[in-house]
Ligand binder design. Structure first.
Ligand SMILES: NC(=O)c1ccc[n+]([C@@H]2O[C@H](COP(=O)([O-])OP(=O)(O)OC[C@H]3O[C@@H](n4cnc5c(N)ncnc54)[C@H](O)[C@@H]3O)[C@@H](O)[C@H]2O)c1
Length: 304
């Protein structure tokens, strides 16, 4: 018995990297899997049908049930067609894992509107398009689970990724509200920030020996195969009590992230003036302000 026996899963961006590992792990756990991948180049250029077809064919060769779809998650009609593939081939849709992603890195003062939109379209609008197409089926059935891929580039921050960080924080909001709206209907949604050695990480330029050493530890210590079982678990009925949360997975570490709540309240019964704001705000919150260190500095220990 696998924890996903009898379930149908759609995994976007499953032609490569983390998505491919998830497709395999979900199939191993008993799910029938629809593999979506546009075959996009990392920078968002031309794609090809190959990766989705390849993953589905490898799954079938391994004895699992799989179908594939090569639409873009960035298109509303693409999201609909992926879900139709699940309905037509396997008769339902129980789990949606929104993994598909691209990068168009650059400092905001050099970022074009096109680079901004491309990333928002694939990540944030992509999660909407696919989730929107699936959710009514789940609500009617009274059960369903989403896992949305976010990133510490948004949760913590990362220089050069304003478009990506904004999209990934938007995804956390989408997942949270989907969870709140779905709770009464048996529909759950969680977000997950992975750390895994894939071509996305390989694309980061190495600038020092220390960075090269850290990357090598990462390559072996934090893989897509570490992330995948956590996704299968979150999609399974074993996680029926887990909804609206934000997780991280890095090698053998699983993090539960905090979600924004006030950490301090300043109250001035007389009302605030420019002068009292200037005199009191910064000194009163100095010890509670969140530092500007980015994800690389925060997660400074090697994955093991
Ligand atoms: N690798 C990491 O450490 C890391 C860290 C934080 C977040 N993430 C997130 O995890 C997810 C997977 O990343 P990865 O490292 O496996 O990347 P990857 O580049 O190896 O895989 C992403 C896949 O998405 C596909 N894709 C891109 N645009 C698409 C579209 N419009 N429609 C359908 N498919 C599309 C690509 O073809 C590719 O196969 C992404 O959402 C990424 O932002 C990864």
């Amino acid at each position: 018995m696998g924890i996903l026996d009898g379930k149908v899963a759609l995994v976007t961006g499953a032609g490569r990297g983390i998505g491919r590992a998830i497709a395999f792990d979900m199939a191993k756990a008993g799910a029938k899997v629809v593999v979506n991948d546009l075959g996009a180049a990392l920078g968002g250029g031309e794609g090809d049908e190959g990766p989705a077809q390849q993953t589905a064919s490898d799954l079938r060769k391994a004895g699992y049930e799989a179908a594939y779809n090569t639409d873009s998650v960035a298109e509303e009609s693409g999201g609909r067609r992926m879900v139709e593939t699940a309905m037509d081939t396997f008769g339902g849709i129980d789990c949606v894992v929104n993994v598909a992603g691209i990068l168009r890195d650059g400092m905001l003062h050099k970022m074009s509107a096109q680079e901004w939109r491309a990333v928002i379209d694939v990540h944030l609008n992509g999660c909407f398009n696919v989730s929107r197409a699936a959710i009514e089926h789940m609500r009617e059935k009274g059960s369903g689970a989403f896992v949305h891929f976010t990133s510490t580039s948004g949760l913590v921050g990362q220089i050069g990724q304003a478009n990506y960080g904004a999209a990934k924080m938007g995804i956390v909001g989408l997942s949270r509200i989907l969870a709140m709206e779905g709770a009464a209907k048996g529909v759950r949604s969680n977000a997950l920030a992975p750390f895994a050695w894939t071509r996305m990480i390989e694309s980061i330029p190495i600038k020092s020996d220390e960075q090269a050493r850290a990357f090598e530890a990462f390559r072996t210590g934090a893989t897509p195969e570490h992330v995948a079982p956590v996704v299968s678990y979150l999609c399974s009925d074993a996680a029926s009590g887990v909804n609206g949360q934000v997780f991280g997975v890095r090698g053998n570490e699983i993090y539960l992230f905090s979600q924004p709540r006030p950490v301090k309240t300043l109250h001035n019964g007389a009302g605030w003036t420019h002068a009292s704001l200037a005199a009191m705000v910064e000194p009163s919150i100095r010890n509670e302000m969140t530092s500007l260190e980015g994800t690389g500095e925060y997660f400074s220990w090697d994955p093991i």
